[in-house]
Design a protein around this ligand. Sequence first.
Ligand code: PHB
Length: 390
Amino acid sequence: MRQLVLAAAAAIIMGTAACADTIKVGVVGPFSGPFALQGKNFKAGIDAYMATNGATIGDNTVEIIYRDLPAADPAKSKALAQELVVKEKVQYLAGFYFTPDAMAVTPILKQANTPLVIMNAATSAIVTKSPLVVRTSFTLWQTAMPMAKVAFDKGIKKVISVVSDYGPGVDAENAFKAGFEKQGGEIVEAIRMPLATNDFSPIMQRIKDSGAEGVFAFLPSGPPTLGFVKSYSENGLKAAGIQLFATGDLTQESDLPALGEAALGILTTYHYAVSHDSPENKAFVAAAGKALGNPAELTFPAVGAYDGMHVIYKMIEATGGKQDAEKAVEAVKGLSWMSPRGPVSIDPESRHITENIYLREVAKDADGKYINKEIQTFEKQGDPGLAATK
Ligand code: PHB
């Protein structure tokens, strides 16, 4: 009897040791500093996914290891990723808010045998830097091109473009220009501002002086976008009838109360609105709002992170928890599912997410809460950026 018990105990221990692994996922994002709310939303999306789907896949347990990268800093990004791979032995890298930080990590993926699941960084070209990159956010080509059509259809013929001078800004400028000129519109001036710009008054003066009927703008979501939209209204551009057309980065929901009436009526195009009307989004908003503690802080990086976790879970499932980056990425090519943002799939060629892009207008809902109200859908948009920049 005693022997039997010992044998059973040994079998249990060996069995556990043989198959139950902890799969570590290293997530890099801005968890402190001016963009901390964006990182907090990464975490909320991840927490919401794991609270809904559990932390185990088969016999494997998923563990998230966070690393803080407060601002765009490619050298630090690479160092953090290396530390996660070498010391922490993560099997997956994920997160990455800023393009330069994601770009900096792509050269280490192959040797590290690690997929990179980008939950935000949105410059088209990132996916071309390594076959091990998969992206669950959006690109500026994807979100800005539909806006060009919207602006032209509103009778606007002359637009000034204003973007932050780095990857996604340049993509946004090129995408809007390509779309707008194709319609027959004209870009009267294209301004690229340093990423660190925080006084927008001189820019607003240039916009006024340009004679444009509308302004197209992109800046990375966070304090810069809040400052830009405030300045747009405080400098009288809105009152002067110079319409603002932007990607949804400029009107993230967490900033709407601070913008107040000034934001009402602003048109943006984007992949996700917190107010998106679907059962999947209701469940997501409840879970992510709970993870945040304050549901009013919920904004788009949370959905990129939530869907990024879905992709990682599918990768872990397909590899049985073994570290095989190529097999993991192969397994999610063509994967489709119902995201809180609507139906999505991973394009097998680009490994970037195909999704609906919505035209939204800042409005008040029945409770007086400011929302991005979806008013038109551009269905199943892939990323036109790679073809356009070839
Ligand atoms: C990026 O750096 O790729 C980026 C950051 C914030 C955004 C969009 C793109 O809102």
